[in-house]
Design a protein around this ligand. Structure first.
Ligand code: ADP
Ligand code: ZN
Length: 717
């Protein structure tokens, strides 16, 4: 029996359609051609080689450097009914022999292996005895020293094409600029391979930049809103991760920190707990996340500014891999730019290299300071043209307005001039706002003509505008002189009225929030309440199952699948399989358990008067019917018309429930109704009144509906 790729996608992965490029890539591989696939993290690279693996005769060898992921990837395939295994050092000798044996006798469709394992011992010799039909090289940028994660052991992969010229190779990566891309092809020896570049857009990620003041406070508010959802807070330094985690813990949040300085057992433990949904909040350096394939990371916060757009995009890309909506937040202040610049200046890189790093940092700054759609900026960085604003970034939701701020700039700059360029942010604001504190009085700053000229604006407003002035280059800062502000030629032009300054109008956080909240519906619609409550129930069930299996929860079902389930509330096999992500084997593994949970939930929530009652009516009928009650009793119990109950049952039957409708109707009555219907050639979905009248109003609408449903069914079969 052979199936086509669409059938394979449905049967094994439970998806109805391919994402852009997936089908073309699969066709290319199926035709026996090499290819290079560039897709963002979460873009759906795996099915590009998994489906050919399933459809092709023989074994697909998947080379990946991420040993920690292999077990989960293999488990996810097995749950989907695909024979897969992995070979790495976490297996005992006997287990490895077992896998090698399975590969030899052709029991496996996919074998995951790390390059160092592939070229150790005599594994490579064995390959020739196995019927290898495809090589998939994941994270293929690791082969290039131009990439950001060069691994020397990847270089050995050039042997593949040499010894297996007939076997196609599919190389995959999420990040590769032109140079790296060319190098990958060259190193693997597949220069002629077709390259597929998918869009790097990740529309499910919301993009937000928040001012860096009061970050901890802001994070706490954020966490309360994202209660129960997993996410990562990235900090610049190890120390930073510890202090941020400590202050969150102090505020009552369960947060753990993670950095490369921790003992390795501790690191694996934290990582494992995060994968298993046992810890929701991780405060980490960028060391965290490589090799984490958790699909239900719901948010990523950057506590500090990343050094370049590539890193930033990769880090936020760890959120929402399942395609469900996820939030990203970048905290930004001028201090972060300075810290980064300092780091570059003090590094032992060449001048040329430093220039490059500064240029990259500058692109990051442009993103952070954008007053146009942030997604446009990101995607243009990756050379992708964008037609429209995204509507899912803070700028789109809260359009910025620019105004002539020359006077504001002059006030600030003259404050700096009058204090002989000796003051930093706090003091300058105090002078402008006319605060008479000890320091001000000590230096006699209250005597300056500038004292109090900016009373009309709040401190945070000044802080924002001064940052913008710094960012736009009309003043400087000397971080080696206690961050005191300095004038430059541009400052003088502004001061003497020779240059105008435009700034982006300040919106306070509370205004911003109020505005965003005003856009949300006041009260959650009933449907949403049901959905959220059920989602939690299903999530708990998923956790129980995954704990029992010893795998992360998303291996059982992704959040996206769970969320669709909570919304559609499938209670039959057909309905359940219509949910995206539930293939044949996955249904067999978990389908009934989840249906039972949905039905139980319905039963508990259908008490009259509860908000959830509506929408559950079919399920309640089904429940009583299954319990063996007659139509009449069900109607009484539910205080509904029997005709309504019949239409429920007909609908339930259509949805794939096992109901013998024919048994519910007297055969003689059935015959009479059907004969009349035939005469009138009437169908169930047409008005039934004429038929009712033709039958002298002897049979009620319930019986008529039932008879027609049975009739249709019999004709259908
Ligand atoms: P990548 O390896 O590119 O980071 P994955 O292969 O892990 O991404 O896919 C990300 C998610 O998208 C997974 O949950 C996967 O099952 C899902 N996915 C892949 N292809 C499709 C598709 N055609 N329809 C729906 N979901 C898909
Ligand atoms: Zn936008």
């Amino acid at each position: 029996m052979s199936i086509n790729k669409e059938q394979a996608l449905k049967q094994y992965f439970g998806y109805d359609s391919f994402r852009p490029q997936q089908a073309e890539i699969i066709d290319t591989v199926m035709a026996g051609n090499d290819c290079l696939v560039l897709m963002p993290t979460g873009g759906g690279k795996s099915v590009c080689f998994q489906i050919p693996a399933i459809m092709r005769e023989g074994l697909t060898v998947v080379i990946s450097p991420l040993i920690a992921l292999m077990k989960d990837q293999v488990e996810a395939l097995r749950v989907n009914g695909v024979n897969a295994a992995f070979l790495n050092s976490s297996l005992s000798g006997a287990e490895q022999d077992q896998v090698m044996w399975q590969a030899k006798i052709g029991e496996l469709k996919l074998l995951y292996i790390a390059p160092e394992r592939l070229f150790s011992g005599n594994t490579f010799e064995f390959l020739r005895e196995w019927n290898v039909s495809l090589f998939a090289i994941d994270e293929s940028h690791c082969i290039s020293s131009w990439g950001h994660d060069f691994r020397p052991e990847y270089r050995q992969l050039s042997a593949l094409k040499k010894y297996f010229p007939e076997v196609p190779v599919i190389a995959l990566t999420a990040t590769a600029d032109r140079v790296t891309r060319r190098d990958i092809l060259k190193q693997i020896g597949i220069e002629e391979a077709q390259t597929f570049i998918a869009s790097f857009d990740r529309p499910n990620l919301s993009l937000n930049v928040l001012p860096g003041r009061g970050r901890i406070q802001q994070i706490q508010t954020f966490l309360k809103k994202h209660n129960g959802q997993a996410g990562i807070i990235y900090c610049l330094s190890r120390k930073g991760t510890e202090t941020v985690a400590a202050s969150l813990q102090k505020a009552g949040f369960e947060a753990e920190f993670y950095h490369a300085g921790l003992p390795s057992e501790k690191r694996s433990k934290v990582q494992e707990q995060f994968l298993r949904d046992d810890i929701q909040v991780i405060v980490a350096t960028v060391a965290f996340g490589m090799g984490i394939d958790k699909s239900n990371v719901r948010w990523v916060i950057h506590y500090n500014l990343p050094s370049n757009v590539e890193s930033f995009y990769q880090e936020i890309g760890r959120a929402g891999r399942d395609g469900s909506p996820s939030d990203t937040v970048l905290f930004y202040s001028y201090m972060d730019i300075i810290t980064r610049q300092e780091m570059i200046a003090n590094s032992d890189q060449s001048e040329e290299q430093k220039e490059l790093l500064n240029a990259k940092l500058n692109r990051m700054k442009q993103y952070a300071e954008a007053d146009i759609c942030r997604r446009r900026i990101l995607l243009s960085y990756f050379n992708e043209a964008v037609e429209q604003d995204c509507g899912n970034c803070d700028v789109c939701r809260n359009p910025r307005s620019r105004f002539d701020a020359t006077v504001i700039a002059q006030k600030a700059l003259s404050g700096i001039a009058r204090t002989k360029e000796k003051v930093a942010m706090g003091m300058l604001i105090d002078i402008l706002r006319g605060s008479k504190n000890k320091n001000i009085l000590q230096y006699g700053y209250d005597q300056l003509p500038t004292f109090g000229v900016g009373r009309d604006m709040r401190s945070e407003e000044w802080a924002e505008y001064i940052s913008q002035l710094l960012n736009s280059g009309v003043m400087d800062i000397a971080y080696d002189e206690a961050h005191s502000f300095k004038l430059n030629p541009a400052s003088n032009q502004v001061l003497y009225g020779k240059r105008k300054v435009e700034l982006v109008r300040f919106i306070s956080l509370s205004e911003r929030k109020a505005k965003e909240e005003a856009q949300l519906p006041k009260e959650k619609p009933k449907q949403e309440i049901i959905r959220d409550a059920l989602f939690e129930r299903l999530r708990t069930l998923r956790k129980q199952i995954s704990d029992r299996m010893g795998v992360p929860p998303y291996v059982v079902f992704t959040d996206a699948t769970l969320s669709e389930m909570a919304q559609k509330r499938p209670v039959s096999e057909a309905q359940m399989k219509a949910v995206s992500g539930i293939g044949t084997e996955r249904f067999r593994n978990y389908g009934e358990t989840f249906i039972k949970e949905i039905v139980d939930f319905a039963r508990e929530n259908t008490k009259p008067g509860t908000r959830v009652a509506k929408g559950m009516t079919y399920i309640e009928t089904w429940d009583l019917f299954k319990a063996g009650y007659s139509l009449k009793v069900i109607a009484e119990k539910r205080d509904l018309n029997p005709v309504t109950i019949i239409s429920h049952l007909v609908k339930l039957k259509e949805d794939g429930h096992d109901i013998n409708l024919k048994a519910l109707i007297d055969p003689a009555v059935y015959k009479i109704i059907v004969t009349a219907a035939q005469e009138m050639s009437i169908r169930r979905d047409e008005p039934l009144k004429p038929l009712f009248e033709l039958l002298n109003e002897k049979y009620d609408y319930g019986q008529i509906k039932l008879a027609l449903a049975v009739w249709e069914e019999e004709r259908g079969n």
